[in-house]
Design a binder for this molecule. Sequence first.
Ligand SMILES: Nc1nc2c(c(=O)[nH]1)N[C@H]1C(S)=C(S)[C@@H](COP(=O)(O)OP(=O)(O)OC[C@H]3O[C@@H](n4cnc5c(=O)[nH]c(N)nc54)[C@H](O)[C@@H]3O)O[C@H]1N2
Ligand SMILES: Nc1nc2c(c(=O)[nH]1)N[C@H]1C(S)=C(S)[C@@H](COP(=O)(O)OP(=O)(O)OC[C@H]3O[C@@H](n4cnc5c(=O)[nH]c(N)nc54)[C@H](O)[C@@H]3O)O[C@H]1N2
Ligand code: SF4
Ligand SMILES: [Mo]
Length: 732
Amino acid sequence: MPKSATPTHCPYCALQCGMNLTVGPDAGVEVAERADFPVNRGALCAKGRTAPALLTSRLRLTSPLVRKGGKLEPAGWDEALDRIAGALDGARHKHGPDACAVFGGGGLTNEKAYALGKFARVVLGTSQIDYNGRFCMSSAAAAGTAAFGLDRGLPFPLEDVARTGCVILVGSNPAETMPPALRYFTELRENGGTLIVVDPRRTRTAEQADLHLAPRPGTDLALALGLLHLVVAEGRTDEAYIRERTTGWEEARAAAMAHWPEYVERVTGVPVPQLREAVRLFCAPESAMVLTARGPEQQAKGTDTVGAWINLCLATGRAGRPLSGYGCLTGQGNGQGGREHGQKADQLPGYRKLTDPAARRHVAEVWGVDPDSLPGPGRSAYELLDALGTDIRTLLVMGSNPVVSAPRAAHVEERLRALDFLAVCDVVLSETAELADVVLPVTQWAEETGTTTNLEGRVLLRRQAVAPPEGVRSDLEVLHELAARLGVEKGFPADPEEVFEELRRASAGGPADYSGITYRRLAEENGVFWPCPAPERPVGAATGDSTGTGARTGGSGFSAKGTPAEVHPGTPRMFLDRFATEDGRARFVPVSHRPSAEEPDEEYPLLLTTGRVLAQYQSGAQTRRVDELNAAAPGPFVELHPRLAARLGAAEGDPVAVVSRRGRATAPARISAGIRPDTVFMPFHWPGAGRANTVTNPALDPTSRMPEFKVCAVRVEPVDRDQPGAEVAVRA
Ligand SMILES: Nc1nc2c(c(=O)[nH]1)N[C@H]1C(S)=C(S)[C@@H](COP(=O)(O)OP(=O)(O)OC[C@H]3O[C@@H](n4cnc5c(=O)[nH]c(N)nc54)[C@H](O)[C@@H]3O)O[C@H]1N2
Ligand SMILES: Nc1nc2c(c(=O)[nH]1)N[C@H]1C(S)=C(S)[C@@H](COP(=O)(O)OP(=O)(O)OC[C@H]3O[C@@H](n4cnc5c(=O)[nH]c(N)nc54)[C@H](O)[C@@H]3O)O[C@H]1N2
Ligand code: SF4
Ligand SMILES: [Mo]
């Protein structure tokens, strides 16, 4: 008899690949292809394929842990929840509500992100909530909002990438970070389009490109301005488009013209003929796109940098037109939805602003509270972590592992230790959970239902496929229990669909309007693109076409709640008629190049940049506990150019130390001719001696508050294998 398959989605990245899960007779869970989901059409990377391993792993948590006599010991749920509620209550009474802080994650479902934001503002009354998405695509969000009035990662479906004329992919390595998406870039080239990759390393993605530009880390802003200068100088601007659909061109143009090609070559290291070739490839076809990811965004000038790339699109008429536009490839499973529903320091659900009186009134009404009781905006992620143990006395972490993933991580670890009380909800004993006073074990993706919003703005339904093991509870149950213990009995249901129904109302009329979306629709339509207002509301920001969003699968098993609202088709493509600004025009931003927060000097003559490898995910808390992935990527490394290696006398695999003003990380050398000789690269997935974030710079972008993960000044030293501290492979 065939086992029954549950269609659902991967727990990891923003592609949210569709997969079928089946439960075997021995309760083992298997992944099977799910060809009906259009984004990945059945393809999965090694992480998605092996994701079920953690469901049954002995390394997952199945009992709450409470610190007793300095050690984390198994305890009952009531005791653990009482301890957390007591600590939060004590802190707020003694020091005021802002003494309680909350740190969320972009991997949390929409329902969890929504409930967490509401918990902070309504139950704790604290302004001190932010999340790891601040470390992810916040610079792109800030720049997109400034230019278009609204930001949605990709304002078009990924399938459009295959049919445009040229794509400039800036600081993005989908060959390792979203392997099934690579197909769209291959198809682009098969269809006669061209691919330009901008990356200081010749990555597996760059190898597929027609043109690879390898700038010095931290100089993308100068590069984009240099290209715009050439566009103007060569008469390739689209004057009619600039006139009709934009404002602010004169100032932006004047700023760009100061960036002469020869100056840009000096700053970036990209030769002028390559700049000219890039302009030719980008401007020749009828349509083109610029897509950015963490390379240009994770800089202390990330917002201006993305703004400069958007200016290039606007000046050439390549935004808000079919098969043309600017897009950001979001990162985490719910990187998009996680930033829309209120776990960000300055946001309310529906992508509303916490400082907007009308937004406060609307959300307060849905929540049944006085608008004046809602706190104002709080600190950004790094600033919040930096303040732990000062005015912040207790912290609740849900869905992040900052001991490994935050910049200047040794300092962050010290701040976490300075708290009076730390509570962590996680599926495993992460490095952050190891420091906690109470750890709550929560259900994993396949054991619960919820929605995520992928990098295209497509809202998806992740369905429960298996029963959770005894001893674990869902994040929603945790918030329900904590709220009740803190005196709020109602408003925190543990049922995800009930939370979603409230989220629909809270988001109604906001920029990210989900009010026309129901679980039933999501199940039947394979996802719905926001904005999707309920029909009684005007479409508002929703413009553009509304082509079908996928095949109907029928028989969803979900109730017909909200049936009258099931009319708006959703918005796969945005901005085709107008941008979401007041006058409907896109806004140029006048920007100029500036150096990185830390430039090389005699003591620290090289640049460190950081990023990812295929087989590990983020802080590695999950993937380091999956044998197959650990075998494929067992530990950190320092990628360096053969000339630099020769100067250090380091051979392949020799331990080397990367030292900055913040600290020192040690890992084996990986010698590669594909990296610039002035730059070294480390993946950030490991704790311990090889932790890249011991070294990184927490300098923040003034607008997005994004830390400068992608560039800091370092020196590299050979390490004597026999010396203490020379350990090189760090495992879970
Ligand atoms: N395997 C795997 N996949 C993932 C993740 C993971 O941890 N592992 N995480 C997910 C998440 S949350 C995210 S945010 C995405 C990230 O996805 P990506 O942005 O593709 O990943 P990164 O490796 O951080 O950075 C991309 C590239 O930027 C380059 N780069 C470094 N400095 C600069 C610079 O100054 N300028 C430019 N132009 N490029 C630079 C790096 O060399 C790197 O190849 O991946 C998602 N997918
Ligand atoms: N040097 C450097 N540092 C970086 C980056 C970089 O490029 N370079 N990238 C940054 C980026 S883009 C990101 S997104 C961050 C990510 O960094 P982190 O925020 O540390 O991300 P994860 O490792 O995914 O952490 C998620 C944690 O939550 C747990 N978890 C998973 N699902 C759930 C759930 O549903 N509920 C609960 N309660 N827990 C869950 C996991 O087991 C894990 O411990 O790292 C940032 N740090
Ligand atoms: S690409 Fe992302 S969503 Fe797809 S299987 Fe891999 S980790 Fe999962
Ligand atoms: Mo991310």
